[in-house]
Ligand binder design. Structure first.
Ligand SMILES: Cc1ncc(COP(=O)(O)O)c(C=O)c1O
Length: 397
């Protein structure tokens, strides 16, 4: 029998992965899948045309350079300068296979074995798992969001920095799974502590363009690339998650570490994908801005529709209006009691089997046994239908 590493066994034992094998007994009603964090809209058609034409170019099938094509890095450096006001150069940018590998690459590039990675929870699962995969230790800071803004207890934040001395602190605002923004005072506190304790901040900005309430300035613009590594991708912004195109912008010494990671793990993103996006963000700015504006309005409208529909479950579910992206994190204790289940994992199975409504249990995002994440990547009518099926189930008790 082949050997399986202890590293893998340990990391995977922490992973609460979704089971898509839920049985659906919804009496012929088609299931409504509100689990997926990927846009249900088509990418901009100009961009798709560019991709098709670049796929025919002579060198399209050659290996890409591990740091990314120069022309894309130039386009991204001017994008960073123009939109985020930072003094970016192509040397400071590394193209990645989406934002996700940027998490592992950051832990690898910044931390040594046993290093602590500070994670604000609820959190995108890869922060925790990638830390464990790389022999680092995630340490958690709990967030709360009573007034529609993400906050943390100041003493707890200070304690984590003083006692754990994290090598890396991961911040994700706009945030998955809540769809909210981090309180600015909390950001300033973390930036001060990180700077005092020599911790680097990884700022996961995959939802930066999808803010529809309040405003957001990427952390690298606020605190600079000596403290902050900027991680972004086009998966959500341009609705192309399967193209796998992301990038980091950081100080050039770190960029070399990411390039080394790329060179030895996956080489890089196909040339034609890099070229298509480089041309789109440089030559079709108006189209890009109009597209993201349409996305923001679409998700805001869906969020409003969902929140209005959730009034029907008042008292059973805790909800709020999100500010960005396409998720809402609902408190489900009341609904669990009504339906006689012990936590949101059992609730998610019950909703799947009895109502054909699929949501993600809170444990996927850390120690959140009484929440579920709902994705807004479904049309309004489906969102309303999902809530009315849940209400029907709750009425039966
Ligand atoms: C917070 C966060 N970071 C990173 C990612 C990964 O993005 P990508 O598709 O670019 O790898 C996701 C995807 O869901 C996410 O929600």
């Amino acid at each position: 029998m082949v050997r399986v590493s202890r590293r893998y066994l340990e990391a995977s034992s922490h992973a609460t992965t979704m089971s898509y094998a839920f049985v659906h007994e919804g009496k012929g009603r088609p299931p409504i899948d509100l689990t997926i964090g990927q846009p249900d809209v088509k990418p901009p058609s100009v961009l798709v045309e560019l991709l098709a034409s670049e796929a025919r170019s002579v060198d399209a099938s050659r290996y890409p350079p591990p740091q990314g094509l120069r022309e894309l890095r130039e386009a991204l450096a001017s994008y960073m300068r123009e939109f985020y006001g930072v003094d970016a150069e192509p040397e400071d940018i590394v193209v990645l296979v989406g934002a996700k590998p940027g998490i592992a690459a950051s832990i690898y590039s910044v931390c040594d074995r046993g290093g602590r990675v500070a994670v604000l929870t609820p959190h995108f699962y890869a922060y925790e798992i990638a830390s464990l995969m790389l022999d680092a230790k995630p340490v958690f800071i709990r967030l709360s969001w009573e007034e529609g803004v993400l906050r943390a207890d100041e003493e707890e934040v200070k304690r984590v920095f003083e006692e754990e001395k994290p090598c890396l602190t991961i911040i994700n605002t706009p945030h998955n799974p809540t769809g909210l923004l981090l309180d600015e005072a909390l950001l300033d506190l973390i930036a001060d502590l990180a700077s005092d304790h020599g911790s680097t901040i990884l700022s996961d900005e995959v939802y930066a363009w999808l803010v529809y309430r309040g405003s957001h300035r990427p952390l690298v613009s606020r605190y600079g690339p000596n403290l902050v590594i900027h991680l972004e991708s086009f998966s959500k912004t341009l609705a192309v998650p399967g193209w796998r195109l992301g990038f980091i912008y950081s100080e050039s010494r770190l960029s070399r570490a990411y390039t080394f990671f790329n060179a030895n793990v996956y080489t890089g993103v196909p040339r034609f994908i890099q070229r298509a996006v480089a041309r789109y963000i440089s030559d079709y700015r108006e189209d890009m801005l109009a597209f993201v504006d349409r996305m923001r309005r679409l998700y805001e409208k869906r969020a409003q529709t969902l929140i209005e529909a959730l009034n029907a479950l008042e008292g059973l579910v805790d909800y709020y209006m999100p500010a960005a992206g396409f998720f809402v994190f609902l408190g489900t204790e009341g609904l669990e009691k009504r339906l006689g289940v012990k936590d949101s994992e059992e609730l998610a199975s019950l909703l799947a089997s009895k109502a054909g409504v699929f949501v993600v249990p809170g444990r996927v995002f850390g120690d959140w046994p009484h929440h579920v994440r709902v994705s807004l990547t479904a049309p309004e009518a489906r969102l309303k239908e999902a809530v009315s099926r849940i209400a029907e189930l709750a009425a039966r008790g």
